[in-house]
Design a protein around this ligand. Sequence first.
Ligand SMILES: [Zn+2]
Length: 86
Amino acid sequence: MNHTPRAPACLHQPLAESPLGSVSICPECGVVQLTMDAVSVRLDMEAFHLATQMMVQARSRVHALMDERARHAAMAVQPAAVSTVH
Ligand SMILES: [Zn+2]
């Protein structure tokens, strides 16, 4: 992490924001900072890339599990009860 005397500490150029938090990058050293509530994680480019791949993979598996649960729940519901669901 090399910073110029002009910028001795990391800069925070915003990359993305959501109600959960934000992602910024330091253009000086390339460190990506993920901030969520009181938690802040600093990752280099490679670690950030690996973390996002891992999260995307986890998300698709969570969706698959949720779909499976929804199918099981739908099968457990009696047809008469289904008609009352809006
Ligand atoms: Zn920096």
